[in-house]
Design a protein. Structure first.
Ligand code: FAD
Length: 396
């Protein structure tokens, strides 16, 4: 073989990187470590909440990876030895690597919210990782009374998927409008502005009237604690908001293994060389996806997929002692405001030694504000097309 590469995490970053490593160099010995048999995406999990999709349609297996000759181990990585270049797995095996890729996604800063702990998920699901909590939150929505309030509390920046909480509010409102029209969605935000805000607000007014209310972080939106039993959130002024359904999205940091392996800095995220995604802290280990500090790029599945490809090129170049091609990066975040109402933000990025990954001026932007329903419907179609193509690029 031309080298041994181990990848921790089979999400958007890791699964893409494994596939493209194999494509760039079929002689590599590639092992993907991922505990889940089926990966449930966060993208389109808001559509499940809105009743537009079933869980099956957002679940993806690793069959295509196995068929290509990538070893897929369904267990988790417990420890990394950066000097001995070994990974210890939960099932007791040890893997040796020439290069290691770490794409573990996010973990939560529970300590930032008073009285909140991971065990409270059944009562207050964050549903910020695709999977069982998406189902719990959906069940709570279908069980709530007409006339109830759904509270969504998004965290401060940086966090996974900047437009995600607002797409979630939209999809929940879409469900409520049809099934429980006397209900409300209250967004208590830690921030004072959010991604695609004017477009979201325009869409909310057009589709849902005043069903969705957004409270800014400087007007009492910033949540500091919870009352689990009372299904309530409180802010720094001690004001309490109780809801029929409460979706508190906690502040975030890089996934656990990144902390255990000393790959994070004091931001809680992983600093990397943004051209190769090699860790700034340990050589021959690359960190990609949400866990990495990737300059101007947002924490998105699209971005993680992109990192996976750039990182694969960097690793193959390094193992073969060849010059790596100059990377170009791209991201588009589509959001559905209604079933036939899509909006998007897109950007192209390049790398420089001074700035790291920066957005190329005038090479992106958001959907126009002054267009009719046909345009929004077309973007809703693009949204569905995007999901089909990115998931087939990542797991297909
Ligand atoms: P993940 O995809 O989370 O993958 C991490 C994987 O690592 C997991 O499978 C986990 O099991 C595994 N893992 C963790 N620790 C270990 C370990 N120790 N050993 C082995 N495996 C481990 N992005 C978009 O581009 N478009 C969207 O429309 C969009 N919508 C979203 C909607 C919502 C509601 C949310 C929450 C997010 C959305 N995102 C979207 C963001 C997207 O989900 C993330 O940015 C993306 O999943 C990041 O990829 P990743 O590889 O970093 O992490």
């Amino acid at each position: 073989t031309s080298g041994r590469v181990v990848i921790i995490g089979g999400g958007f970053g890791g699964a893409t990187c494994a596939k493209y490593l194999q494509r760039f160099d079929p002689d590599l010995d590639i092992t993907l470590v991922e505990p889940k048999q089926n990966f449930v995406t966060c993208p389109f999990s808001n559509l499940v909440l809105g009743g537009l999709r079933e869980m099956d349609s957002i679940s993806h297996s690793y069959e295509a990876h196995s068929k290509r000759g990538i070893k897929v181990l369904h267990t988790s990585a417990r420890e990394i030895d950066p000097t001995g270049k070994k990974v210890q797995l939960a099932d007791g095996t040890t893997l040796e690597y020439d290069r290691l890729v770490v794409s573990p996604g996010i973990d939560f800063r529970w300590e930032d919210i008073e009285n909140m702990s991971p065990g409270d998920a059944e009562k207050l699901p964050h549903a910020w990782n695709g999977g069982p909590q998406t189902v719990t939150l959906r069940r709570q929505l279908t069980a709530m009374p007409d006339g109830g309030t759904v509270i969504i509390a998004p965290p401060a920046n940086p966090f996974r998927c900047p437009p995600g909480p607002y797409e979630r509010a939209s999809m929940i409102a879409s469900y409520l409008k049809q099934n429980k029209p006397k209900s409300k969605v209250l967004i208590l935000d830690a921030k004072t502005k959010f991604s695609k805000q004017p477009l979201f607000m325009q869409g909310w007014e057009a589709l849902y009237g005043d069903m969705i209310e957004w409270v800014s972080g400087d007007a009492g939106g910033r949540i500091t604690g919870v009352d689990i039993a009372g299904r309530a959130l409180y802010n720094e002024l001690g004001e309490e908001h109780a809801g029929s359904v409460v979706n508190l999205i906690p502040p975030q940091k890089a996934g656990k293994i990144a902390h255990a392996a000393d790959l994070v800095d004091d931001t809680g995220w992983c600093p990397v060389n943004q051209r190769t995604f090699e860790s700034s802290r340990h050589p021959d280990i690359h960190v990609i996806g949400d866990a990495s500090l990737a300059g101007a790029m947002p924490k998105s599945g699209f971005a993680a997929n992109n990192h996976g490809k750039v990182c694969a090129a960097a690793i193959v170049s390094a193992l073969h002692n060849t010059t790596m091609p100059e990377p170009s990066y791209v991201n588009t975040c589509y959001s559905l405001v209604g079933p036939d109402y899509g909006i998007s933000v897109a950007a192209v990025y390049r790398y420089s030694d001074e700035e790291g990954i920066y957005a190329v001026k005038e090479a992106g932007g958001v959907s126009p504000g002054d267009v009719g329903p046909d345009f929004r419907e077309q973007e809703a179609r693009y949204t569905r097309g995007w999901y089909a193509s990115i998931t087939s690029d990542t797991w297909g």
